[in-house]
Design a protein around this ligand. Sequence first.
Ligand code: NI
Length: 250
Amino acid sequence: MLIDTHCHLEEEYYDNLEEVIERMPGIMITAGCDSRTNKEVLERIKKDSIYGVIGIHPEFVESYQESDLKWIEDHINDSKIVGIGEVGLDYHYDETTKEKQKELFEKQIILAQKYNKTVVVHSRDAIMDTYDIMMKYPDVKYVLHCYGSSIEMAERFLSLHIRFGIGGVVTFKNGTRLKEVVKKLPLAYLLLETDSPYLSPEPFRGMKNEPSNTDIVALKIAEIKGLSKEEVIHTTALNAIDQFDLPISL
Ligand code: NI
């Protein structure tokens, strides 16, 4: 079964969201980023094939309210909410909010720890600080979504209960570093994702991404690892079920 472990199924991105959802033959985990999209996650998970994670993305570090965190805690045990995300650190556009981002990230890790939920981590140009904070909470379950750092860095995370979300970037010509990560990490550590509507795989690069494209990602991983696509789809589905405690049997 195909499982897209990370996408953003929001009305504003698609004219035909219903069709996009229907085209995906498997399961999707949609991620919130702020109070508005977190509420949308609750709407989306009414659909059988959709689960959700809720959290405050570092992009919203200046605008979120304490009440948004309270809301997350109030809904963390809702049926089909399977983690906190996406949360983390992003120093790409703005380094001035580093300390505030770290504080928000830690607060949400502590929340995940309290309820034994997976933390879905976004880390951009911030991998060392991400690592240092995660290592402070080694008993928490993590996913590094859209992993983009080196294999050496990936290996440093392996003492944690962690998996790495692999998406469309693995199909890009300049995706050499990620291809090395996929080649060297055991399949047991990998999850399929799209990050829809972003990061469409080749040959759709630049176009709007959608969950059914996890199939293309699976094929690329299979090529790199010398496995069949079916094996990649099956094992990564088992990985996702374990990681997020999904009530699904294959
Ligand atoms: Ni995302």
